[in-house]
Design a protein around this ligand. Structure first.
Ligand SMILES: *Cc1c(COP(=O)(O)O)cnc(C)c1O
Length: 218
């Protein structure tokens, strides 16, 4: 079963990197996967999942929560401001705090009494024009603004540019997190999660290596 194999590879990468056993959280990215594949992974006892679309996640996870008990759900896709309220209610973590308007929306939900999920700030390490995320040069100011609004991000997240070596991006993200005293590092996907763990990832987001290829590319 791929899940057991991927879990074993995560544990092995932790050992190689001199990290504590279990230091890395494996997020099984279940977006657009058929329900039977996700149920099989739930039945094996895995409880940490990642989703990209609020609507899709809201349609399937409440029933699985009722059936399987405590789950740890991570929002890893771009979050529209008008879906923030639903996302805050559904998810335990949001990895894609990527702009001031979303920070303001989350802060206002918190002021209205919502308990916010754990927050990661997405950094556009490759400075790609089409990609979401705070530019590296803007991170210090963005974090300061977040804290001024009462938000306390716990880490940073990146999606390195397609087709490039990810490792310089992982190293850059780890350096920025250390500079800002942030413990969480969400980085590494199916093709590069071991390299991410070597660079200090605390959360790896692995989809196709666990569930198989998705029907459509996201
Ligand atoms: C889809 C997705 C993943 C998982 O990608 P795989 O290559 O299937 O492991 C990880 N992170 C984000 C942000 C994604 O959108």
């Amino acid at each position: 079963m791929p899940l057991a194999e991927i879990t074993a590879r995560v544990r092995a990468a932790e050992r190689v990197a001199g990290r504590a056993d279990g230091a890395v959280t494996l997020i099984a990215v279940s977006k657009v996967q058929p329900a039977d594949r996700v149920r099989a992974v739930l039945a094996e006892g895995h409880r940490v999942f990642g989703e990209n679309y609020v609507q899709e996640a809201a349609g399937k996870w409440p029933a699985w929560r009722d059936r399987f008990g405590r789950l740890d759900l991570h929002m890893i896709g771009p979050l529209q401001t008008n879906k923030a309220k639903v996302a805050v209610e559904l998810f335990d973590a949001i990895h894609t705090l990527d702009r001031p308007s979303l920070a303001q929306k989350l802060a206002s939900l918190q002021q209205a009494g919502a308990r916010l999920p754990k927050l990661f700030v997405q950094v556009n390490t490759g400075e790609e024009p089409q990609k979401a995320g705070v530019l590296p040069g803007d991170l210090a100011g963005f974090l300061q603004d977040c804290r001024g609004m009462g938000l306390s991000p716990i880490g940073l997240m990146c999606i390195p540019p397609e087709g490039e070596d990810s490792t310089p991006h992982f190293a850059m993200l780890a350096k920025m997190a250390a500079e800002h005293g942030l413990a969480g590092l969400s980085m590494g996907m199916s093709g590069d999660f071991e390299a991410a763990i070597a660079h200090g990832a605390t959360h790896v987001r692995v989809g196709s290596a666990i569930f198989g290829a998705r029907d459509y590319q996201v």
